[in-house]
Design a protein around this ligand. Structure first.
Ligand code: AMP
Length: 114
């Protein structure tokens, strides 16, 4: 998608410090962190929202969670815990329409999340 900021990050057209990358996903720090660690894991493939997942790409979410869990371990937050979040559309609070998983860690999370 030509005008998608996360497609540009995934392709390297917008430079970010990539914390992890493989053939399926890229991980980088959120520009507006909401926790001491706030990492986004995005697929290379443009998928606008969770509503656009199909059986062909359902396993991508599991891979994104596995990568997020590895990063949580790498930063030393796995034992204390962390939160993985995926927002969908307006009521979910989604602002970038290329699916992404937030890894939030390094502080006590609250519930309900608001
Ligand atoms: P969401 O509201 O779930 O769609 O999350 C989108 C996230 O992308 C927000 O937390 C933004 O701070 C983050 N974000 C937007 N643009 C960038 C960027 N260029 N680099 C890193 N994070 C970004």
């Amino acid at each position: 998608m030509d005008n998608c900021i996360f497609c540009k990050i995934a392709k390297g057209d917008i430079p970010v410090k990539k914390l992890y990358e493989d053939e399926q996903v890229v991980a980088f720090n959120d520009v507006n962190p909401q926790a001491p660690t706030h990492v986004l894991v995005i697929p290379h493939t443009h998928i606008a929202t969770l509503n656009d997942l199909t059986h062909d790409n359902q396993y991508l979410i599991g891979h994104m969670a596995t990568v997020a869990a590895k990063i949580a371990k790498d930063v030393g937050h796995a034992e204390n815990g962390y939160r993985l979040v995926m927002n969908c559309n307006q009521d979910g609070g989604q602002s970038v329409f290329h699916i992404h998983m937030h890894l939030l860690s390094g502080r006590q999370m609250e519930w309900p999340p608001g």
